[in-house]
Write a protein that binds this ligand. Structure first.
Ligand SMILES: [Zn+2]
Length: 159
């Protein structure tokens, strides 16, 4: 803890136990720590393989999560999950840029996703002659139902 002696302006650090004794004895007073009031919010983006069902490998996903909000993930059968994902923070999340406006997918995540997608689709093409059509994308935003063995523990932020 931070202390200064009575009658002095010099601030010094001492272990908690020592500091408490010095304060209790009246020799020193505690100096309040300057703690940043702003809550730390972490935004996580990553690219992950889709779940596997028997022989079928689902397409890769973009996963997003704010430490204060619910996670979201998005896959696409035509490789455009980076255009489809809409990550919105919960109301009053300190990280929300503008309430209701979705986060922009970081460029390195887009690149990583496209790389993974290219690898995925070239693997798939070796197995099947049916190429994915660009006409329609039937993928839906992740509700969690199609994702196996996926678990996220939401920990309330401190502060
Ligand atoms: Zn958030």
């Amino acid at each position: 803890m931070k202390l200064r002696d009575k009658g002095s302006s010099v601030v010094y650090n001492v272990p908690q136990e020592v500091g408490q004794k010095l304060v209790a004895s009246g020799l020193a007073v505690e100096v309040a720590e300057q703690v940043a009031a702003k809550k730390f919010v972490a935004m996580t983006w990553r690219v992950q393989d889709g779940p596997r069902e028997g022989d079928f490998q689902h397409p890769p996903q973009i996963y997003a999560r704010c430490s204060e909000c619910e996670p979201a993930w998005q896959s696409s059968r035509i490789g455009i999950a980076h255009q489809m994902i809409k990550y919105r923070h919960r109301f009053a999340c300190p990280a929300a840029p503008i309430p209701g406006i979705a986060e922009v997918v970081p460029q390195h995540i887009v690149e990583e996703y496209l790389k993974k997608w290219t690898a995925y689709i070239s693997r798939s093409r070796r197995k099947t002659v049916v190429l994915p059509t660009l006409a329609k994308d039937t993928s839906v935003a992740g509700s969690g139902n199609h994702v196996q063995s996926f678990s996220v523990k939401l920990v309330p932020a401190k502060g």
